[in-house]
Design a protein around this ligand. Structure first.
Ligand code: NCD
Length: 309
């Protein structure tokens, strides 16, 4: 039996380096399969999605991934049109989704929401973003992109820039990177530094520096991972306005980077990467978004097939 079969994906912390590498191998495999064979992988299977927060890439890449491997998707992307509006609980909604499908993709504003959902669901839950806590499938796609572009992860210098306080992709990425031998530099405005209580465990596996000065590191980095300032998670808009636009990767910054370094961003971007950087060879964020379709197809194929594919 394949070890991912019928399992939830709640936290990236549940994955070893071996398991991550296996997922990357299956992703490569899916990318190289001819379309008719690919469409057999989840034929007749149904994915459901339940999104309590906005999404473009995560939901659509799951849908697109499921279609590419022959499965169907159904779900709720606008909670105001569901029975949540009538007061139905998360537990009951998840129970119903798990009756109508083989796997449930959940995004919710509360930390712990996916773990809770997995306790009431009769089908595997995939965490598509839980509060400021985690976004494990984004980290899998980020790590896969780093490996694909740089041909390795070990030995790299990785800068993570922007909103390290509220950005959940950062916590999942750091936990994933804890499996590798990397130099991490965290760069953020002071009020948006990493939440030290949330990286208590990660600290044991990963060494990193913290700084407010991007210029100090930019020339040395192999990977420049930029994040959006998470306006919606600030308790006070005044606080957001103080840090808005703190770091902008424009052509001036891009010119300082190593020729073969890559710029990643989970997207959506606002003003933190200017659009004229898109055409440079360092910009890999759209490739990263595309890779999300294949890493998710691999995950679905593994979760839904006892013997893998
Ligand atoms: C991220 C998220 O929802 O955490 N989006 C995504 O899934 N690619 C990042 C963000 O919203 O800034």
């Amino acid at each position: 039996m394949n070890e991912f079969y019928n399992k939830d994906i709640i936290s990236i912390k549940d994955y070893s380096k071996d398991q991550l590498e296996k997922i990357f191998d299956y992703t490569e495999k899916i990318m190289n399969l001819d379309l008719p064979t690919r469409r057999e992988i989840c034929k007749g299977k149904t994915l459901s999605y339940l999104f309590y927060e906005p999404s473009t890439r995560t939901r659509l890449s799951f849908e697109s991934a499921m279609a590419s491997i022959g499965g169907n998707s159904l779900g709720i992307s606008d909670i105001s049109s569901s029975s949540t509006q009538k007061g139905e609980s998360l537990a009951d909604t998840v129970k119903i989704m798990s009756i109508y499908s083989d796997v449930v993709i959940l995004r919710h504003p509360l930390d712990g929401s996916s773990r809770f959902a997995s306790e009431v669901s009769s089908k595997p839950i995939i965490n598509a973003g839980s509060g400021t806590e985690e976004h494990p499938t984004q980290a899998i796609q980020d790590l896969f992109t780093i490996k694909k572009e740089k041909k390795k992860i070990d030995g790299l210098k990785i800068g993570i820039i922007g909103d390290l306080k509220y950005g959940r992709t950062v916590y999942s990425l750091l936990a994933g990177l804890g499996n590798y031998d990397v130099d991490v530099h965290l760069i953020s405005p002071k009020p948006l530094q990493i939440r030290s209580d949330s990286i208590y465990e990660i600290r044991k596996k990963l060494t990193f520096t913290e700084s407010t000065d991007l210029e100090e590191y930019i020339e040395d980095l192999d990977v420049v991972y930029v994040t959006r300032i998470q306006k919606e998670r600030f308790p006070d808009e005044e606080e957001y306005l103080k840090v808005k636009g703190s770091y902008v990767i424009g052509l001036d910054m891009q010119k300082k980077m190593k020729e073969d370094s890559i710029i990643l961003h989970p997207l959506p971007r606002l003003d933190e990467i200017s659009i004229d950087v898109d055409k440079t060879k360092n910009a890999k964020y759209f490739e990263q978004a595309e890779n999300g379709k294949y890493t998710r197809a691999a995950l679905l194929g593994l979760i839904l097939n006892e013997n893998g594919f």
